[in-house]
Design a protein around this ligand. Structure first.
Ligand code: AMP
Length: 565
């Protein structure tokens, strides 16, 4: 395809405002592109390289301005181009405002001196330019770019400048490209979408789609080529248990997401945005080289830890994450450790379609992390996340209390049967929402514990105050047993035992004396308690030493909170 024809197409698309029409025009362009299809698809998105490649043209705006100036006129310089840019606001329009070609005799030109630029030639030239490095590379890049501009018409120049600076501005988003591939080659959008998720290469996907849906469906992962990360949305334990009955529960680590690709050539690490961050994280690379023998793609979080292996705030990881210089010195300063929580590929098997629990089992088999404690100077946890399967809100609350105690951010709740959906912020991974407003409730009863905790009061009955309620001043609203350490239980038992009014079995009635601050996910109406309400997922937060039962939260506040959305 001649670059002039491509530019014509782009101009028609840019002038169109109706989405469907844009998709049709794109589809037509793709059908016409023939062997140049992958290049055309990337150019449409202002790209030379696929999204997952970390390679860039490495052409800054100034170099581009200089090349344009040189091709324009001996009297124009980069500052003039920049001034014009400030005026018209967009590099394509600036490039299109000059007449190039006056210096043709000086430029790298087609061998016959007249050949029109093709899409392939522009692509190849830009790739050569991208590969230039070392001394004199800036001048060589400038010469090459000048050579290209010098051969363009005004219309071509508009889109060449935009491709060089990766800003196409023709109103085409990723969704439109996906739909156009589907329309052009009559394959289902979903198949295109899935193939894009596993490859992140629109050009390659378009080529495969041209041969039919079979090829798209067969497209698999490739170790070394990053996949979009599966994302989480906010949710509650209640949501999780209502939806799945049993939840897979993990610590939510406060670090930076990594996708680690291991093959016989070595290890690559990519960020959540699929940027290659391998060089910044040598100890993660070394750990994976040592501990993962088979080809694999792992998903996880890298966390900064202190000398005791306690997690440090997320900002500390950022000091290491994209660093290009001083990596060795920073490695001394900030210790990193890996928590892998998913596995997308193991030893030749793509696992995206496998249930989470099976993927996690493969992960645990794959990673030999026995030596991590010594090697990473401190971390005491395994490199593979612990996954709790539970249908019990109390057990989940206890897991969360442990995670928070250990200095982590909270918990993730995952659907144990869910597949891995790249790039999706779906309902299958929930980051537990922080509590809504807490309640200060009076302890009016308790139960003695069992087993190891038999000599302690374990579960506490909570009540809200009824204004002007006389003797029936308190109405029950729920029980809390979680979030309380053994030490705290002993302290609470000492404090509350003298307040026991009566006992039946393991249950005791207590004289109202103590106020707990309690977190919860939701207030529901319920026949179980005398207030008519129940707390879902209640957790002990603290004893409100500053409050008496008379100043505890009232039933009317509970009512208000229950009614607020
Ligand atoms: P957020 O960044 O608040 O949307 O939370 C989702 C992020 O939490 C993910 O992208 C991960 O980087 C991070 N994360 C920490 N621990 C886990 C885990 N166990 N499972 C999944 N994601 C986790």
């Amino acid at each position: 395809m001649e670059f002039a024809a491509f530019a014509d197409r782009m101009e028609a698309i840019e002038a169109e405002s109706a989405d469907l029409e844009i998709v049709s025009l794109l589809a037509e362009t793709f059908r016409e592109a023939e062997s140049e299809l992958p290049v055309v698809v990337r150019f449409v998105q202002g790209r030379v390289f696929p999204a997952w490649r970390s390679a860039t043209l490495d052409v800054g705006p100034n170099l581009c301005y200089e090349a344009i100036a040189r091709a324009a006129d001996p009297n124009v310089d980069a500052a003039d181009v920049e001034a014009k840019l400030a005026e018209v606001g967009e590099i394509g329009a600036v490039a299109a405002s000059y007449e190039f070609g006056s210096q043709r005799g000086l430029a790298a030109f087609g061998s016959d001196g007249t050949a029109a630029l093709t899409v392939t030639e522009v692509d190849e030239t830009l790739r050569i330019l991208a590969a230039a490095e070392g001394s004199g590379s800036r001048d060589r890049k400038l010469d090459t770019l000048f050579g290209l501009f010098n051969r363009t018409s005004q219309r071509e120049a508009r889109y060449l400048a935009r491709i060089v600076l990766s800003e196409m501005r023709i109103g085409v988003g990723e969704g439109a490209v996906r739909d156009a591939i589907s329309e052009a080659f009559e394959v289902p959008t979903e198949a295109v979408e899935r193939a894009l998720q596993v490859s992140n290469d629109y050009g390659h996907v378009a080529e495969i789609a041209r041969d039919g849906v079979g090829g798209l469906d067969a497209m698999g992962l490739e170790v070394g080529r990053p996949v979009q990360a599966m994302l989480a949305q906010a949710g509650t334990v209640t949501d999780a248990l209502d939806e799945w009955e049993t939840a897979a529960v993990e610590t939510k680590y406060d670090g930076a997401r990594v996708q680690i690709h291991r093959d016989s050539d070595g290890v690559s690490v990519f960020s959540r945005n699929m940027e290659d961050v391998t060089d910044a994280l040598p100890e993660i690379v070394e750990f994976v080289e040592r501990s993962v023998a088979a080809p694999a793609i792992l998903d996880g979080e890298v966390v900064a830890v202190d000398d005791e292996g306690e997690p440090l705030p997320f900002q500390e990881v950022l000091r290491r994450f994209r660093r290009k210089h001083d990596v060795a010195r920073m490695r001394e300063e900030v210790t990193l450790c890996l928590h892998a929580f998913d596995c997308l590929h193991a030893d030749g098997d793509d696992l995206l379609e496998e249930p989470l629990v099976d993927r996690h089992a493969r992960l645990a088999d794959l990673v030999d992390d026995a030596d991590e404690v010594d090697e990473l100077d401190g971390p005491t946890e395994s490199a593979v996340s612990t996954l709790l399967r539970s249908d019990d809100a109390d057990e989940i609350a206890a897991f969360e209390a442990d995670a928070l105690d250990a200095g982590h951010e909270g918990i993730m709740l995952k659907d144990p049967e869910s597949t891995y959906s790249p790039g999706r912020r779906g309902k299958h991974w929930l980051k537990r929402k922080p509590d809504v407003e807490t309640l200060d409730l009076v302890v009016t009863g308790a139960e003695w514990g069992e087993g190891r905790r038999a000599q302690f009061l374990g579960t506490f009955l909570l009540s809200a105050r009824v204004e002007g309620g006389g003797d029936g001043r308190f109405r029950t609203i729920g029980k809390v047993a979680t979030g309380i350490t053994d030490e705290k239980l002993a302290e609470l038992t000492d404090r509350l035992e003298p307040e026991i009014l009566s006992q039946e079995g393991r249950e005791v009635d207590l004289r109202p004396s103590t106020v707990f601050e309690v977190g919860y996910e939701e207030i529901q109406t319920s026949p179980t308690y005398s207030s008519g309400y129940a707390l879902r997922f209640p957790r002990f937060l603290s004893v409100r030493e500053d409050k008496t039962p008379e100043s505890a939260d009232s039933l009317s506040r509970v009512e208000r909170l229950a009614e607020s959305p």
